[in-house]
Structure formats: C-alpha cells, structure tokens
Design a protein around this ligand. Structure first.
Ligand SMILES: Nc1nc2c(ncn2[C@@H]2O[C@H](COP(=O)(O)OP(=O)(O)OP(=O)(O)O)[C@@H](O)[C@H]2O)c(=O)[nH]1
Ligand SMILES: [Mg+2]
Length: 379
C-alpha cells in the first residue's frame, strides 16, 4: 500500500482549513478608560489587527464589537468609559447584559470567556472609583465566574507597574491575575527606547484561565507567546505518539502501516493550526519527503522505515514485514518534534515560511528529524 505524497499534502491543506473553520470562537470584553491602550493591546496580541481592519458595530451605548472574517475572535471594546458615576454604572450594566446574553445562549461560541480591564500604568495612580468599579464587577461575577484580568498597560516603567500591582493586590479583588505589559516599544528619550514585554505573560494567564475547548483557538489567535504554542503542540505530538503505538505493543504489519499515516498527518494538521502559519502544499511536501517519505512517492513505506532503523540502530525493529509499536511511536514523535522546531524558527523570524520548501529548509527538517530519532531511540 503506497501513500501518495501529493495527495497526502493536499489532504492536510484541506484539513487545516476545516479545522480553523471549526475552531470555537473566543470572546473577550476589553474595558478601561479612553486612551489607556486597549486597541493597541488587542492588535499586538492577536492576529488580524481586529480593531483597525475588522468590522466594528455597536452592541450597546458603550460597547462596540469587532469581528473579522475567518478569525475566531470577537472583541467587545468599551467606549467612552469615564469615571462619572452614572456612566460607570451604565457600562457595568452593559457588560453584565452582554455576559448574561452569552450565558443564556448556552453556546460556547456566544459566551464571554474573559474580561480584560486595562489601567494605564503611566497614569501613576489608580482611582479609588476605578477600584470600586472592579470590585463591584467582580462581586457580580461570583456566579458567572468570567475570568477578570487586570492589564496594566503602557508599563514602560517596570517599577511603577510593580507598585501599581501591589496596590491592587492589597485590595483583595476577586480577579484572576494582574499583568503589566508594554505592547509596543516605547521611546523614552532620543537614546533610550523601552522594549515591549509582558504579552507572553498575558497569554500564559489566559491559557490558565480559559477552558480546554478554547486552547486551540487561543494558540491559533495569539502571535506573542512561542512557549505556549510549543507546549500545546507537544500535547498533539503525545496524543499521536500514543495512537501510533496502538493499544498493545503488537507489531504493525507493513501492509497496515498506512494506518499510521492519518495519525501523523492529523498531528501535522494540529501543529499547523496551533502555530497559525499559512503553510502551503509545497511546504508540506518538503516536510513529509524529508522525514517520513522516501525519495519516491511513498510515505513510511517499508524501505523508509528499514533505512531509518539501519541508519539509527536502537530506534526499534522491523521484523517479519512488520514495524514494532515502539518504532512507530519514535518515528511519530520525531516527526512532530521536528515540525515544531522548524515552525519555531519561523515564529522567531530566523527563517521565512517560503524557505521551508527550499533545499536549506528540507535539510534542516531532515536533520531535526534524525536528531529526534536518535534522542527517542530505546525509549
Ligand atoms: N509606545 C506605546 N504606545 C502605546 C502603547 N499602548 C498604547 N499606546 C499609545 O497610546 C495611545 C492610545 O492607545 P489606544 O490603543 O488607541 O488606546 P484605547 O484604549 O484603544 O483608546 P480608546 O479607543 O480611545 O478608548 C496611542 O497613541 C498608542 O500608540 C504601548 O504599549 N506602547
Ligand atoms: Mg481603542
């Protein structure tokens, strides 16, 4: 049984699109006074520059929702939030109405998953009214339990941010976390620019606060935290490795080894979605041919595995026309890990997406794969 490389790559492309289309939608309310940096924050954390290129439409007097085609994210942006008691109460009520409408829908795609309350660190102090407002919001939240994250924006002074965080901590508010960030580099003087930081931390906190059903979505959407993507992608590798090994340790006949391929391709789909890159067919062909493909058109055929086993003694056995469970899992794990490593280089800007299908890209994938096989042997 031969698996055609072209066809496999084409199937993966289709499955990636399908998986992205079916991701659960993430809905976030972003609140805070005018000019604190809400839009800047949203546009730097998530793909799509939602608040500048997305479609905004009013939901209530003070809440505007932003969506964008093909992006599983909805941002509820509060507008005109001033510290006049009357307006404050109104905004709070509008937030509650929005949360309750989401709860009533009993649909994860309509629920509000998180609230970011933004305070500008550069303002030096938190108004007591603002603390009150957050307290009241978090009190009402006791049943709905929507995670509230206080984001200290424009925290170019880490010292001020730390002070502000401590002041807020002393208030014992019922919130998930307080996270200082600087979304974009901040020019302090001609010769000093404070570098952006903290966004990866915000994503880590989100990862802890959101339900599992939203982890793929969060990974796909966020463009600031590589470790979160890697961690999540490794879960897909572990799942595929277990599936590849099968329930028992029974050898997998070569005539059946094509059964492994869907598992491995499914893993490639998951990792691609988590990284969120626009991977095309030639990249996938490059990846597969430089790892589990032979020079020809077959994937994980007998010759491929026999050669790998010969080249790297200790990764398992090929006996009696069968591949052992341990060999299957070592190869699967190595493929997943090699793909994660190469995509990490793209994330860090050390390699372009186009380069992946070049000779250099293929050589790198191949060498990552071999290194991983060596590490995995005898496990
Ligand atoms: N350098 C730098 N500038 C920032 C940062 N965050 C916000 N700003 C600047 O602060 C100003 C206000 O930011 P916005 O993101 O528009 O603030 P907003 O909260 O969306 O404001 P409204 O939509 O009016 O409520 C803009 O000029 C931003 O460029 C940051 O992290 N770094
Ligand atoms: Mg804005």
């Amino acid at each position: 049984m031969d698996i055609n490389l072209e066809k496999a790559a084409g199937d993966v492309i289709k499955e990636i699109a399908e998986k992205i289309k079916n991701l659960n939608k993430l809905n976030i309310i972003v609140a805070g006074k005018t000019g604190v940096g809400k839009s800047t924050l949203i546009n730097t954390v998530f793909r799509g520059e939602m608040t500048t290129t997305g479609i905004g439409k009013p939901v209530t007097t003070h809440i505007q929702e932003y969506t964008k085609k093909d992006i599983p994210l909805k941002i509820y942006d509060t507008r005109g939030f001033e510290l006049k008691q009357e307006v404050q109460d109104q905004v709070k009520k509008e937030i509650w109405d929005t949360i309750n409408a989401g709860l009533a829908s009993k649909n994860i795609n309509e629920a509000i998953h998180c609230i970011w309350y933004c305070i500008n660190t550069a303002s030096q102090r938190v108004d007591p009214e603002e603390i009150n407002w957050i307290r009241e919001l978090s009190e009402e939240n006791k049943i709905a339990k929507v995670p509230i994250i206080i984001v200290l924006t424009q925290s170019f002074s880490k010292k001020n941010a730390e002070q502000m965080k401590n002041v807020l901590l002393e208030e014992n508010l019922n919130i998930a976390q307080i996270v200082p960030v600087l979304a974009v580099d901040y020019e302090i003087s001609d010769d000093y620019t404070a570098p952006a930081y903290g966004l990866d931390n915000l994503i880590q906190v989100m990862g802890e606060a959101l339900p599992d059903e939203l982890m793929d979505t969060l990974s796909y959407l966020q463009i600031v935290n590589l470790e979160e993507k890697k961690k999540h992608a490794r879960k897909a590798v572990v799942a595929a490795t277990i599936a590849a090994a099968g329930e028992g340790a029974a050898p997998i006949p070569f005539s059946d080894s094509f059964l492994l391929i869907p598992t491995q391709l499914g893993m490639i789909v998951s990792i691609t979605v988590i990284f969120g890159f626009d991977v095309n067919k030639s990249i996938l062909i490059a990846l597969l041919s430089s790892t589990i493909g032979s020079g020809g058109a077959t994937l994980l055929g007998k010759t491929v595995v026999t050669n790998l086993v010969k080249m790297i003694p200790g990764i398992g056995t090929v006996a009696g026309g069968a591949i052992s469970a341990s060999t299957a899992s070592v190869i699967t794990a190595a493929l997943g890990e090699a793909y994660i490593q190469i995509l990490s280089l793209v994330f860090k800007g050390e390699m372009s997406l186009e380069e992946l299908s070049s000779k250099k890209g293929k050589e790198m994938m191949s060498s990552f794969f071999i290194d991983e096989l060596k590490k995995g042997k005898g496990k």
